[in-house]
Structures are given as C-alpha cells and as structure tokens.
Write a protein that binds this ligand. Structure first.
Ligand SMILES: [Zn+2]
Length: 170
C-alpha cells in the first residue's frame, strides 16, 4: 500500500491509502530525534474517524478520510462504500455519483412535500412565462427540436386557449 508524507509536518507524519496515519519519529527527553514509525490512534468524532496531529500546518484533529482524499485523490462513499475518484464536480462531499443522485432525489422529494406552496407558485410561474423549456415539455420534445416558428405558433396557441378559458368560451 502507498504511503505519502503529510505536507508541512517536516516528514513527521504520513498517510497510508487505507487511512492509517503514521508518526515517523519523535524527540526524546535529550532532544534527540528518534526514528520510530507507529500508527496514530484514531477515534470517532460524530461520523468521522479522526487522528490528532501535533505538529505543523495540519495541526489539530484531522479526518483520515479527508486526508486520503487530499493525498490520493479518492475516497470511499459514505453510503455504499464504493471507491470513488475525487474528480467529479457533480458529486456531494464523500458521496459517489449514484448515492449523490439518490440523495438529491430524496432531498427534492422532501422539499416538495414540505413546501407545497412554493412548488405551486413556481409551477404557475413556469406555465405563465411560456419559456422554451415549457413549450418543449408541452410538445414532448427537446428544446433543440424547437424552431422560432414552432415556439411562436405554440405560444399563440396556448395563449388563445387560455384566453378562451378565461372568457369561458370553451
Ligand atoms: Zn455510494
């Protein structure tokens, strides 16, 4: 397994790709540098595994998962534990793309459930604005399929129907 030095710690600490952090040396009572490699004890802090780093820029309690992500460019998904590369802007913190999608879907369903008024308002505005996106939804095609002529014709068509409905003609 690969190990990398943690930057700014004067090579005192290193991180292994499985998330184990090592101390590589210490100073004894005479102030002599003693080389001895040993793994730091980790502990749970809420839902994170952290280690205590006592030296340099990274001083403080550090999440081992975040260190692996920083030094090796991957992490294991919080939910399904799948190994995931950290190069997708579309994923949420420590979630793989599949679990991100699922989380977004659930969040949006929850939002809709908790905010029926807002949803109604935005739906009404969407209908009223007659933007290209709405026209393509009504016509069941993509916006790329639409030409200015189609958009105009459908807009007028919709406006006519709405007006007829308002005047109770139809
Ligand atoms: Zn996942």
């Amino acid at each position: 397994m690969k190990t990398k030095f943690i930057k700014g710690t004067n090579k005192k600490y290193s991180i292994r790709e499985d998330g184990v952090v090592f101390s590589n040396y210490y100073f004894n009572n005479n102030g002599d540098k003693v080389k001895r490699k040993y793994p730091l004890k980790s502990r749970k802090d809420k839902d994170r595994i952290v280690v205590q780093i006592n030296y340099g820029k990274e001083k403080g309690s550090k999440c081992t998962k975040a260190l692996v992500k920083k030094y090796f460019g991957f992490f294991h998904c919080k939910k399904c534990n799948k190994k995931t590369k950290d190069n997708d802007n579309n994923i949420q913190y420590f979630f793989c793309s599949k679990c991100t999608k699922e989380k977004r879907r659930l969040n949006s369903a929850k939002f809709k459930r908790n905010n029926p008024e807002k949803i109604k308002l935005s739906r009404n505005k969407y209908r009223k604005d007659l933007k290209d996106g709405y026209i393509s939804t009504v016509l069941r095609c993509t916006t790329q399929d639409l030409t200015p002529e189609i958009i105009d014709a459908k807009k007028n068509h919709l406006k006519l129907h709405r007006e007829l409905k308002k005047q109770k003609i139809k």
